[in-house]
Ligand binder design. Sequence first.
Ligand code: SF4
Length: 69
Amino acid sequence: MRKTYEGTEIDVSFDPEICEHAGECVRGLPAVFDTQRRPWIVPDAASADDVAAQVARCPSGALKYERHG
Ligand code: SF4
């Protein structure tokens, strides 16, 4: 089931059933994507542009983003 993690300028959602566990997100932007932390996605930990760019590199489509405004 897809879950949404809200940020100030951008929301990120994640569907664990689609994730390929390639670790692309965790390696690319560890401040935002940290599986050792709850919540494991903190969209405000980087700029909205960086978050959007990293989400776009998710190979499975498990990550999606929605920018505000
Ligand atoms: S980049 Fe996408 S597929 Fe890879 S671990 Fe992150 S969410 Fe899963």
